[in-house]
Design a protein around this ligand. Sequence first.
Ligand code: ARG
Length: 583
Amino acid sequence: MINVRKFLNQKIIEVMSMLGHPVEDGLVLPSFRPDLSDYQSNIAMSWAKKLKTSPITLAHKILKVLSDIPEISKISVDGPGFINMSISENFLINNLKPALPKISHKKIVIDYGGANIAKEMHVGHLRSAIIGESIKRIMQSCGDEVIADVHLGDWGTPMGMLIAQLKKEQPELVFFKNHTKNLENISWSMNIAEISALYKRAAKNFKENDDFKEQARIATYQLQNGDAGYIALWKILKAVSLASIRKSYDKLLTTFDYWLGESDVNDLLPQMLSDLLKRKIAVESEGAIVIFLSEKENRTPPPLLLKKSDGAYTYAATDLATILQRGDMFHPDAILYVVDARQKEHFEQVFEAARLAGYVKPEVSLEHLAFGTINGKDGKPFKTRTGEAMKLKDLLNLAKDCARANLPKTSKEFSQRTLNKQAEQIAIASIKYQDLKNNRVSNYIFDTENFIKSEGKTGPYLLYAVARINSILAKAKVKNSKITDNILITHPIEREILLILEKQPEILEDAYTRREPSVISEYVYLLAQKFSTFYAECPVIQEKDQRIRNSRLTLIKFIKNTLLYHLNLLAIEAPEKMLKDKS
Ligand code: ARG
């Protein structure tokens, strides 16, 4: 399938060059008046003055050349000089192919997820996982080689806090003795609930008790400097935590190529710091090591802290070293970070430091793909009824319970297992779609009433559209690959749908360049809506004329595959069959 907008744009460029006015962009856009045309070009208005002519005259010159090409069925000059163009039916029919053009061949590292060891994942982490997974899939489908790394928070002060808390509660444990012997095979462990409870107690103490704070600092320093007991303990806590984190990501259909974390750059840190000091990029200041960064918008940013005066390395230090590590491991063209907007300054500073230090080639792009927060109805960060930060697990359960309650208790056709599975798929689709339908950077309010409904701009609405098409295809007894008949356009909605189907290359490119999954979510919704209109107005199985019937079956098969393709870009799975819900 070719990109129709690019095709028309290219035509305008060619005509302009024929007329002796080479331009780089034909300024073709989807029509502002879809009732009049499919696309429009604003080239005449923007060039006429420079070419000392009127927009209308220039537009008519272009029209004259383009009115002969078979791909354009209708062309007119309107208003002050808009060139309105409509695509011919033949072109639309012949361009309907499943394969989309590859538009990029870069190597991209994408850092998303970012779960923290011992801390239970909260809704903030949800957005990184959902948006990151989608951006990864969008980039892959455009032709990039994408390396996904979860970048676990497994190294800083929170680890020291955990260790200090455990030491306080159970000083007799083997980890806290002086070690000369190997601590590899220890049978002691804690389950994830205990670890998160331990973390909560540690966080409370850290906030309230200066003495404990000091203990946690020391523990962080000792862990980062290789204390054998602490390392052995940390490994156990990390393994247990990681198993639970993996489960959550599995549920969210989020997959990573690398499970690296902050700790994986620990060995690079001393050398990195001495290099930075030697080259005078970093300096010692009050016992700490920092980088002073340049003034921006009349404001001197705070120095970037790499090593605290107590000897512990910071989050910024691990991020800077991770840039070095990724350069060595992957030689990427770009590194993308799908992280909360509140970390904007952190990334600006780390990127600037990386450039100053020459840790990244000038042509490599470093991008913070920020996202907003999930809020409750009160406009404040989303909380549970008891006022705690909403945990990911609780949100998943809440959604699943709502989805299950909307389905019949029992069914002749579906087993309990299938119904539960369906409820889970609906729950995940609802949560994800509610998130991805918003602009990445905006905050949004989690709508606990409507997100799970099967009507409206929701995940379930899309899933039901797919299931409905599946059921029509099954009733018509057509296998997916069996329909080969040509498309016939016999109703305006069919033409409209073809045009929408062929917007795919434009949509994908837009989502890619803006790193914006909401472009895709908007598109699937539009297509699902148009399918509903089509289905209300055009009989498919009941259609008497075999050629029209086959054409319509082919069309809905295309709609279904296009819905599935884009749902997959959002990492949303659609069940093959669905039982009608009660909402
Ligand atoms: N673990 C961090 C957090 O929970 C997110 C990590 C984001 N990635 C990064 N390279 N800093 O805030």
